[in-house]
Ligand binder design. Structure first.
Ligand SMILES: NC(=O)c1ccc[n+]([C@@H]2O[C@H](COP(=O)([O-])OP(=O)(O)OC[C@H]3O[C@@H](n4cnc5c(N)ncnc54)[C@H](OP(=O)(O)O)[C@@H]3O)[C@@H](O)[C@H]2O)c1
Length: 249
């Protein structure tokens, strides 16, 4: 992985932050993005203190021009783009469908679906110019199953699965591999928010997963990094379940 260049959307916390740290430790030059600059700058400082190379750039994945600028910034600073993680995502509802709010569904479509679409589009355009690359999108167990009280979120994550599979086929012969990770629950900000709002309680989330516990960030990051790496060179269009056995049910 040494000297490769990666961009990560939603790199300020959770899986994005963890992936940035692991990639940087392997010698990848990482462009971390998100909206919270202070958090991004701190991660960059920590990576540099350990001898890695990283930079932060403000990116709002709701805005197509902002996502295009993220790819342009990576290429302007580091000369190419080899890896991308379309990780930024939100989950802003927790109600039965008939009680859910249309505006919240629209927000999630913008961030979780169009945000991933914008990322793929500009990352692919650049990777074609530099001879290939590897992309990982963040789906979810909610991208492969129905989860109660999350109809809108489920719909957006099913869309991420569709984008992943179709785009993987489009570029299978052009050196670009496109995969997704479908995590079960891990206690990042997105889950802490749902717990705080009383959408779920911790015991019922754990009970949903056969291992009867939530995942930890590192367990999800390991899968993302493997899919990005050359060790997964014959893997494309794959949805990797990292979910404590949820899909086996
Ligand atoms: N944790 C889980 O249990 C779980 C399970 C399945 C799937 N996932 C998926 O995994 C991905 C990462 O989530 P996480 O668990 O690491 O949660 P997280 O800690 O809440 O991270 C979400 C990241 O997305 C960024 N983000 C949100 N809206 C954005 C926007 N408009 N533009 C740019 N960045 C934006 C946030 O950064 P800023 O606020 O700084 O912009 C943050 O860094 C998400 O797609 C989520 O749906 C998580």
């Amino acid at each position: 992985m040494k000297s490769k260049v990666a961009v990560i959307t939603g790199g300020t916390t959770g899986f994005g932050k963890g992936t940035a740290q692991v990639l940087a430790s392997k010698g990848v030059k990482v462009v971390i993005s998100g909206r919270r600059k202070e958090l991004g700058d701190q991660i960059v400082a920590d990576i540099r203190a350990k001898g890695g190379e990283a930079m932060f750039t403000f990116t709002d994945v709701n805005d197509e021009a902002s996502v295009r600028a993220l790819v342009e910034t990576a290429v302007a600073h580091y000369g190419r783009l080899d890896m991308a993680v379309n990780n930024a995502g939100i989950s802003t509802e927790g109600a039965k469908l008939g009680d859910s709010e249309t505006a919240r569904f629209q927000e999630m479509i913008q961030t979780n679906v169009l945000g991933v679409y914008f990322g793929l589009k500009y990352q692919i355009q650049q990777m074609l110019k530099n001879g290939g690359g590897s992309i990982v999108n963040l789906a979810s167990i909610a991208g492969l199953n129905g989860i109660p009280h999350t109809g809108a979120y489920c719909a957006t994550k099913h869309a991420v699965v569709g984008l992943t599979k179709a785009s993987a086929l489009d570029y299978a012969t052009q050196g670009i591999r496109i995969n997704a990770v479908a995590p079960g629950a891990a206690k990042t900000e997105i889950i802490v928010k749902a717990l705080t709002q009383g959408v779920y309680d911790e015991a019922s989330i754990s009970a949903m997963l056969p291992m009867n516990r939530m995942g930890v960030v590192q367990e999800i990051v390991n899968g993302i990094v493997w899919l990005l790496s050359d060790e997964a060179s014959f893997v494309t269009g794959h949805i990797l379940n990292i979910d404590g056995g949820f899909q086996a049910k």
